[in-house]
Every structure is written in structure tokens, then in C-alpha cells.
Design a protein around this ligand. Sequence first.
Ligand code: UDX
Ligand code: UDX
Ligand code: ADP
Length: 480
Amino acid sequence: MMKICCIGAGYVGGPTMAMIALNCHDIDVAVVDIAAPRINAWNSSNLPIFEPGLDDVVKACRGRNLFFSTDVEKHVAEADIVFVSVNTPTKLRGLGAGKAADLTYWESAARMIADVSTTDKIVVEKSTVPVKTAEAIEKILNHNSNGIQFQILSNPEFLAEGTAIEDLMKPDRVLIGGRETPDGKKAIETLKDVYAHWVPADRIITMNLWSAELSKLAANALLAQRISSVNAMSALCEATGADVSEVAYAVGKDSRIGPRFLNASVGYGGSCFQKDILNLVYICECNGLTEVANYWKQVVQINDYQKARFVKRVVSSMFNTVSGKKIAILGFAFKKDTGDTRETAAMDVCRGLIGDKAQLSIYDPQVTREQILRDLAVDKLDWDHPRHLQQSLNSKHVSVVSDPYEATKGAHGVCILTEWDEFKTLEYERIYKSMQKPAFVFDGRNVIDVNELRKIGFIVYSVGKPLDPWVKDLPAAPPS
Ligand code: UDX
Ligand code: UDX
Ligand code: ADP
């Protein structure tokens, strides 16, 4: 029986391996991690990540051909294919700080693979890495190999959180990059056979290593760029009286553009977009491509602008001060149907409002109190580093509650920062009655019916929509 081992039991490693185990009864899959609590959670009924459909998939194969373990070395030694899906945070210090990927975890995984291997292996890059990482990894493996053959493949993952199971079951494409040597081609075929258990052959694309590595960065950069483009339009819509939803609809009808991924928002978040673009920018700079680097940098800058613009809109609408005012934050996850908060726009918006001394009451259906307090305590870019786990905000400015009506009770304003479906059907009449007047709603996700809420009496701001007369008549905020 073929054996697969995946190093890193995170958002990518866990669901991806569960899907392989589900579809390949003839393959034994072990997911290993150095973090014992994470592995314990994977072995319990309370999985470490919330993902629709994941519980059923794990239940169907755990103990059959899917195993979660902290015995990293044993499972790596036994495997024919080793996937590496460890974290690749943005570097905080030294050369490339704030932009380049920190490959510490990758390198230590590679050295460990070389140390414990006694048979030939295919090593697969699963986590997104800078272009040419495979070359560095190849060098580490082959310099320490004792004659064992390693073939490196790049097999970037395109799943999106919240729809991971669907994306894995029916991927738009599976990408496999490898060396163009006979051994490289053989390794590509071996991995292709794994996916061919459930993915149609015409959706499995093979190419050279560097193209595969760059394709992942390029896909995320183009997706993020679409959001920054529509978010930039949202600012112009507010200034002119156009409605960004109507503009996006009209634009998306052009088959060359397409309708998806054109929702204006308070800003994109997630573990990938910002990190991958910063990485791309750094690679461009290292190659002397200043203009290209500057082009992609703008995508991140517009995203930061969108978050700052939202905070400014809240503060300026509420008579230029939120000091001491209770503000309800509905939604903290970076998007709906996930408990993940990595790089969530909510973090920056909350920090901005706390900076103006607002009193925040935060509700999210999936994110724990501990997680929110930890996120608000750390510096930007720090979330992907282990010390993040030790921190917690102890602030009189923040409370985390488990009910949206408690969050909004007595509040001056409500900010909707994640597009959870339940926010569409809240009893807004009840919320209005319980709030201070005038009562404000700032919708960063276009989830509420603006006209309905205005009828109730709310003063409503919704990203990219024609402004409430109240907001429109305010003097323009000075440029910061
Ligand atoms: C464009 C719009 O497509 C059309 O909807 C609008 O009404 C007028 O402007 P047009 O300028 O006639 O139409 O041609 P188009 O096919 O869009 O090409 C514009 C330029 O982009 C050309 O120079 C073309 O060679 C270039 N192009 C297009 C690329 O370089 N790469 C591509 O992938 C597509
Ligand atoms: C992304 C890529 O989609 C996925 O292919 C890659 O493997 C990992 O990065 P993910 O970060 O899980 O996936 O979520 P995604 O659905 O792409 O959303 C990213 C962010 O963009 C979220 O904050 C989301 O709310 C925001 N977004 C998305 C918008 O603001 N508007 C949109 O139209 C779409
Ligand atoms: P992703 O979103 O890419 O899946 P995560 O941060 O969720 O990233 O998961 C990465 C996992 O990799 C973490 O659980 C971390 O403990 C694990 N990890 C990092 N380095 C190693 C290593 N050398 N050996 C085993 N697991 C590792």
C-alpha cells in the first residue's frame, strides 16, 4: 500500500489529506505536526478548524486510512510521498523583513526529511513558497541524503476556506510542477495518479517547477487585485452617487471579466493574499523589477486604504468622536463560514476604533473570545509566529460576547465586518430599539438591505452605496 505523509496539520494539510484518504482507499495517509494540541484536536470530535463538511470526511476515514500523529519522524521515514504544508509567515526581521517569506519551518522540515529517510521519496511543496524554493529544498535534501533519491514537486493548493471540501472535491484544476528529467516526469506521474482517483484527467495540469510555484502567487495576486479594483471603485461610487453593486454587476456581465470575486468589502483578509503579494513584491525587487513590484504593492495599499477609510467613515459620521461610545462589531472572521481570523480586516478596523477610544463589543459565531483577544494584542504580521499563542489583550476597551443582541444593546453604532448569513436576518427593529439614538449601522460587507434599515430609523453606511443624506452632508474629512 502506498504511504503518504503530510507535515503540517493546518488549514491546508488537514483537509487536503482527508480528501486524499477519502478518495484513495489504497493509500495510507498520515498527517503529522509538532503541535500536540492540534493533533489531539484532529483525533477528537472537536476538530481544530471549522470547515463545512470536514467533520464527515474525517469521520469517514480516520482510523481507516487517515491518521493524525505527532510522531513526525516515523511517518516521514515510512512514506513514499511527503507533502510539506508548514507555515511560511512573513519575515519580521533581517533581510526582506515585512515582505519576504520566512522559510525557517520549511528548512527544518527539509533537514528532518533528509535525516530520517532510508528510502527514496517524492517531496511535495504544498504551502505557498517563493519561486525557486524547490531548488533550495532540493539542495538541502540532496546534500544530506546518504545516496537516497529525492524528487521535488510543487503542487500548490487553491482551496479557499469555508468551501475547502467543495474545492478539494471538484477543483478547477490541480497543478503539479516538477523537473523535466525522466525521474522528475516519473514523480509527476505518481502524484498525478493519486489525484486521478477523483479528479478528471483534463483538470490535472503539469508544468515545470518554477511555473507551478509562480502560478500560485500569480493566482492569489490577481484575485486580490480584483478585490482592490472593486474596492477602489467603491470609494468613487460613494463620491459620485453610483452604486458599486450595480457597477460590479454590469462589469461582471462581460464574459471576459466574469461575475465572481467582485464584491466590494471593508478589505480582503486571510492568510494568503497579503502574504503572497508581499512575497511577489520582494521577488520582483530582488530581480530588479521595480515597476512590477510597485504595481503589485498598490494592491496591498488599496486594501489598507479601504480599512482605514472605513474607520474614518465611522468616526466622522459619529460627530468625529467615538471616545467612550459603545460600538458593536458583528463578525471578526476574515470571511463567512470559517473561524479563521488571520489578517482579517476586522483586526485593523477594531484597532483603529480602539485607537479612538471606542468601547467595542464583539460578536462572531465561530471565533472564540481567546482568539479575538489574542489577535488584538499582537503586532501586524506577528500572527503566524508561535509567540502569538502566548499573548492576550487585557483591555477595558474590548468585550467579546456570544449574542448579537447583547453586542448591540445600548450601542451607538454597529459595524458589520464579516458577511455571516445570520446578519441578514437579525431583528433590526429590536436592535434599533435597544440602541442609543441616532443609531448608526456601518455595513462593511453589503449584507443588509439599506432601504429597510433606513425605514426603521438607522443612519446607514454601506461600502460603495450612495451615502445616507446624514453622512453626505457632513464636511469632508481632511486627508490624513
Ligand atoms: C476595447 C474593449 O474590449 C471594448 O469592450 C470597448 O468597447 C472598447 O475598447 P478594443 O480596443 O477594440 O475594445 O479591443 P480589445 O480587444 O479590447 O483590445 C485592446 C487592446 O488590448 C489591444 O491592443 C489588444 O491587442 C490588447 N490585448 C487584449 C492584450 O494585449 N492582451 C489581451 O489578453 C487582450
Ligand atoms: C484564497 C484563494 O481564494 C485560494 O485560492 C487560495 O488557495 C488561498 O487564498 P481564502 O483566503 O481562503 O482563499 O478566501 P477567499 O475566498 O479568496 O477570500 C479572501 C478574502 O477576500 C476574504 O477576506 C473575503 O471576504 C475577501 N473577498 C473575497 C472580498 O472582499 N470580495 C470578494 O468578492 C471576494
Ligand atoms: P496553512 O494555512 O498553510 O495550512 P497552518 O499555520 O494552519 O498553515 O499550519 C501549519 C502547521 O505546520 C502548524 O500546525 C505547525 O505546527 C506545523 N509545523 C510547522 N513546522 C513543522 C515541522 N517542522 N514539523 C511538523 N509540523 C510543523
